[in-house]
Write a protein that binds this ligand. Structure first.
Ligand code: OOG
Ligand code: NI
Length: 474
């Protein structure tokens, strides 16, 4: 029998093999990430594993897919449900960038601590928004919806096996093998010729709309390894001649604790793809739809911590707008573009963000789990009752909770860095309303709130501490 986490780990590994065969630059990214991780481990020892064991980090990947309809997203939820992955978080990318990105998204991932430690594979999953009149007029919307309704992304056999894995929480060996083969195949890039006129019609709205609704299948569009030093990774990839996007998205590199998520990527490469023209003939063409991304993960922040992050991004935009041409001549190659913005960000962070984990916890900005220190030398005194005092006086140790989710602004940046045209969005129209509740209803399962998940983990550890130290006075 193969359990759900074993299916998840096997799926992530096979997907990674497939992507490596088809997108060679991804293999370079994985190799360089591994080298950097080994170097960081050598230099920092146990500290390098503070946000996850090296075995977890080495195997860790996230992927991204894009689908067209709530019905397709429900099928995705069944396939990933088989792997013990659940929809977490709602991301509205329609407003998050200057270019037109007509999607709303969620991420499928394991939710409890033990499952995450076994294998944290996650997939950022976006769904097209044909009902948003800012992007699609009534005629195009109905043609698009008809096209999407007529395609099949996942064979019935795959969905039946998925439902069985969800119900039984495991699959027999042969069924597991079949499930994995069908699941990986469903996310490979199709070789079916694309309809040139239809694809280009959608491309005028947005390259993302064409990538989703212009073809009869879906595909993994990137797969992202995790690295312990993303600045070093960026330098080494650049040295190898792989052209990265000009910035690392997310918080700046700074002297305080790593928070949230930092990401960078290389642009999609042109891959040959046959096209069917209006007169029915098939010609050769190329599409740029698959790219590479790498990320460094930091501590999960509370709602207050997140509000602070968003506030600082806003301040950064304002200040950067005052220095539109970048800063002084660049001192190092890796920071060539966006040098000024990076410097500004670092200054802002140093001014506003606590510089230690201890302060982050005390100010209620970051999530931690708490653990009784077993060998604290006793002096006969009773422990204090407040968590800050318990930590301060050495009764309890705090371990940071790693951020398992995504950032809408960074996600929009990743989408945007791979769009060739600006696309079009009619801002005179009122946008269609999509939110987390809508999405939960559309896929008939709850889209979970990431903050609630981190909070639960923190609270469970606090309850355990209270019990072990008998803080309730019993
Ligand atoms: C998803 C882009 C977002 C991330 O890591 O933020 C993403 C896409 O391009 O489909 O994967
Ligand atoms: Ni990504």
């Amino acid at each position: 029998m193969i359990s759900q986490w074993q299916l998840r780990a096997a799926f992530a590994a096979r997907l990674s093999d497939m992507y490596g065969r088809e997108v060679p630059a991804y293999t370079t990214l994985v190799d360089v990430s591994r080298e950097v991780n080994e170097d960081v481990l050598r230099a920092q020892g146990a500290d390098a594993e503070r946000l996850g064991s090296i075995s977890r980090v080495t195997a860790e990947r996230h992927g991204a897919i894009r689908v067209g309809t709530p019905a397709e997203l429900s099928q995705v939820a069944r396939v990933f449900g088989a792997l013990g992955m659940h929809p977490v978080g709602f991301y509205d990318l329609r407003e998050a960038a200057a270019s037109a990105i007509p999607v709303v998204s969620t991420a499928f991932r394991p939710v409890d601590g033990e499952e995450l430690a076994r294998n944290p594979f996650r997939v950022f999953t976006s769904m097209l928004t044909p009902a948003d009149p800012r992007f699609f007029d009534a005629d195009l919307r109905s043609r698009l919806e008809a096209f999407l309704a007529a395609r099949e992304l996942f064979p019935p056999e795959l969905l039946a096996l998925a439902d069985r894995a969800v119900a039984e929480r495991e699959l027999p060996d042969d069924e597991a093998e079949r499930f994995l083969q069908l699941a990986v195949a469903a996310f490979e890039l199709s070789t079916e010729p694309i309809d040139k006129v239809w694809y280009e019609t959608l491309e005028r709205i947005s390259a993302v709309a064409a990538d989703i609704g212009g073809v009869r299948s879906t595909h993994i569009n990137h797969l992202t390894p995790r690295v312990l030093d993303i600045d070093e990774l960026y330098r080494r990839m650049t040295e190898r001649g792989i052209e990265m996007i000009d910035a690392i998205q997310g918080p700046p590199q700074w002297k305080g604790p790593d928070l949230l998520l930092r990401q960078t990527s290389f642009r999609a490469l042109a891959e040959p793809r046959a096209q069917r023209t209006e007169d029915g003939s098939v010609i050769s063409g190329a599409l740029r739809v698959r790219f590479g991304e790498v990320e460094a993960r930091g501590i999960a922040v509370t709602r207050e911590g997140r509000a602070l992050y968003d506030h600082l991004l806003g301040l950064l935009d304002q200040r950067a707008a005052l220095h539109p041409d970048g800063g002084p001549p660049c001192s190092s190659e890796a920071e060539s573009l966006g040098d000024d913005r990076t410097e500004l960000a670092r200054t802002l962070w140093a001014e506003h963000v606590p510089g230690t984990e201890r302060e982050l916890a005390a100010q209620g900005l970051g999530y931690f789990t708490y653990h009784v220190v077993p060998d604290r030398p006793g002096d006969g005194s009773r422990p204090p009752t407040g968590i800050d005092d318990l930590v301060e006086q050495g009764w309890v140790r705090a371990e940071p909770i790693v951020y398992e989710d995504f950032l809408p602004r960074s996600a929009a940046g990743i989408f945007q860095s791979n769009l060739s045209g600006e696309g079009s969005r009619d801002n005179a129209q009122e946008g269609a309303a999509y939110d987390s509740e809508w999405l939960s209803g559309a896929i008939d399962r709850e889209v979970l709130d990431p903050f609630a998940l981190y909070e639960r983990q923190q609270n469970e550890s606090l309850a355990q501490v209270a019990q072990e130290l008998r803080l309730d006075g019993t």
